[in-house]
Ligand binder design. Structure first.
Ligand code: ATP
Ligand code: PH2
Length: 166
């Protein structure tokens, strides 16, 4: 059994359809799904705005590596091409936390080593889990540490992701 927090994002092609493909594939393993946010690109590469959302997933038969593997399969299905670090992509699936696992394995680092700096992860996560903690600190507090410019780049949209579509 495992429970994970996943961040999904897209800024190439039909961005909403790419995000929905994750919900469709995960079906009822998704126990919570945030609103869809329009987010300014993080990381310094000039590119189109992203759509981002955060999900909570649970499965009796899967472990933390399974969530990474499933995410990578979905990225491949969306024909994601790796050209540039933090550059444009059809679909990105990051494992933010999984149970209470702490790991510095480069293949699956947990919690995700840059999540605490990313309003595009923290804002949607807080929406679906107001008491969320990351590496021992309340997500609400981590958001307070971010520059106001980071927060203003994250705007809730009216787009809707449909759960249980599998
Ligand atoms: N928690 C994690 N979630 C997703 N991938 C991870 C994680 N920890 C390590 N990785 C590894 O990171 C590698 C690069 O992933 P990816 O290309 O999606 O990075 P990125 O999304 O461009 O940047 P970032 O890692 O900063 O989000 C993957 O091969 C994967 O094995
Ligand atoms: N706004 C936003 N910026 C990003 C994103 C993302 O999903 N949203 N993903 C990145 C690579 O992980 C790099 N930068």
């Amino acid at each position: 059994m495992s429970r994970a927090v996943l961040s999904i994002g897209s800024n190439l092609g039909d961005r909403l359809t790419h995000l929905q493909s994750v919900l469709d594939a995960l079906g009822d393993r998704v126990t919570a799904c945030s609103s869809v946010y329009s987010t300014a690109p993080w990381g310094g590469v000039e590119q189109q705005d992203f759509l981002n959302a955060t999900l909570i997933v649970r499965d009796d038969d899967r472990d933390c590596h399974d969530w990474l593997r499933i995410g990578q399969e979905l990225e491949r299905a969306a024909e994601r091409v790796r050209l540039e670090r933090w550059g444009p992509r059809t679909l990105d699936v990051d494992v933010i936390t999984c149970d209470d696992v702490v790991s510095d394995d480069p293949e699956l680092t947990l919690p995700h080593p840059r999540a605490h700096e990313r309003a595009f992860v923290l804002v949607p996560w807080l929406e679906i889990e107001p008491d969320a903690r990351l590496a021992g600190r309340p997500v609400r507090e981590l958001l307070g540490d971010l520059a106001s410019g980071e927060l203003s780049g994250v705007t809730r949209t009216e787009f809707v992701l449909v759960r249980g579509g599998a």
